[in-house]
Design a protein around this ligand. Structure first.
Ligand SMILES: Nc1ncnc2c1ncn2[C@@H]1O[C@H](COP(=O)(O)OP(=O)(O)O)[C@@H](O)[C@H]1O
Ligand SMILES: [Mg+2]
Length: 253
C-alpha cells in the first residue's frame, strides 16, 4: 500500500463562460495516508475549486488526480459513483442533509444506495452513533436539531462507509465557536481512531490548527505550507502570522 492517499499533479481548472477564469493554475499536492491537512487562503483563491476537483464535483481542465492510486476521471459513471461512495466522504458548510428524512435515514443514506444488508447497516450505525454521541436524536427530523448536531449527523453520514479520504469545505463556517470546537474535536478523534485521511478547507486559524499541516493558497496556486510541531499554540500563531502576511500581500496586488 502506498503511503500517499491523494496525489495531485499540475492541477488546472479554467471556468469557461462569458469571461474565462483560471481558478487553479497548476497545483502539486500530496496527502499522506492518515494525514490531516487544512487548506487556507483568501476568499476566491480557489480552495473550493481545489476540493471539488478532488471530490469529482468539478472536472479539472488539466493535470491529474489519483486517490488510492486510482484516477476517478478514468472511471465510467457507474464505477465513479461507486468509487465516490466507497473512497470518499464529504462534509460541507451548510450540512447538505435531506430535510424530508430523519437523522437516522440521513446517516444510512450512503449504505442504502450501496444496498448494504440490514444486519451490517445496523452494526455500522450503532458504532457511528455511539462514537458521535447522537443516540437521542436519531428519530428527529433535521429541522428539530441544532447546527452543531446537524454537522455531527453530516459527519456520521460521511464516515459510515469508512472512506479512505474525508473532504470538508468550511465545516465550521455556520457554527458558533463552541459547536465549532466540538466538531473539530470530533474530526480529530475520527482521524485518530479510524486512520481517516482528512483534507479540510477553513478560514479560521484556530480550526486550522487542529491539523498536522496547513497549506496556503493564493490566486489559484499553492503559496506556502507549515507543519505542526509539538505545540499547538505556536502552530496557531504561525498560521495567524502567515495569514497576516498573505492578507497584506493580497490586498496590495
Ligand atoms: N462555476 C464557476 N464559474 C465561474 N467562476 C467560478 C465558478 N466557481 C468559482 N469561480 C471563480 O473561481 C475563483 C475561485 O473560487 P473558489 O474556488 O470558490 O474560491 P474559495 O473557495 O477560495 O473562496 C473565484 O474567483 C470564483 O469567482
Ligand atoms: Mg470556498
Amino acid at each position: 500500500m502506498s503511503d500517499i492517499i491523494l496525489n495531485v499533479q499540475q492541477l488546472h481548472k479554467d471556468y469557461v463562460g462569458e469571461v474565462n477564469y483560471k481558478a487553479l493554475k497548476g497545483i502539486d499536492f500530496q496527502l499522506k495516508r492518515n494525514e490531516f491537512v487544512s487548506v487556507m487562503g483568501p476568499s476566491g483563491s480557489g480552495k473550493t475549486t481545489f476540493l471539488n476537483c478532488i471530490s469529482t464535483i468539478d472536472r479539472p481542465t488539466n493535470g491529474s488526480i489519483t486517490i488510492n492510486q486510482k484516477n476517478p476521471y478514468e472511471l465510467n459513471d457507474e464505477d465513479l459513483a461507486k468509487f465516490r461512495r466507497s473512497e470518499l466522504g464529504f462534509v460541507f458548510q451548510d450540512f447538505n442533509l435531506v430535510h424530508t428524512l430523519t437523522v437516522e435515514e440521513n446517516i444510512l443514506l450512503p449504505l442504502t444506495l450501496d444496498a448494504v444488508n440490514a444486519k451490517e447497516m445496523t452494526s455500522r450505525l450503532a458504532e457511528v452513533v455511539e462514537f458521535l454521541g447522537i443516540e437521542e436524536i436519531m428519530k428527529k427530523r433535521t429541522f428539530e436539531i441544532s447546527g452543531g448536531q446537524k454537522q455531527r449527523v453530516a459527519i456520521a453520514r460521511a464516515v459510515i462507509h469508512q472512506p479512505s479520504l474525508l473532504l470538508a469545505d468550511e465545516p465550521t463556517g455556520n457554527l458558533d465557536s463552541k459547536a465549532a470546537n466540538s466538531v473539530m474535536t470530533l474530526f480529530q478523534s475520527i482521524h485518530e481512531t479510524f486512520q481517516t485521511s482528512l483534507l479540510m478547507v477553513t478560514h479560521d486559524p484556530y480550526v486550522a490548527s487542529f491539523a498536522e499541516r496547513v497549506i496556503f493558497m493564493q490566486d489559484g496556486m499553492l503559496y506556502n505550507e507549515i507543519q505542526r510541531g509539538d505545540h499547538k499554540k505556536q502552530f496557531y500563531q504561525e498560521i495567524v502570522d502567515t495569514l497576516t502576511f498573505l492578507g497584506g500581500g493580497y490586498h496590495e496586488l
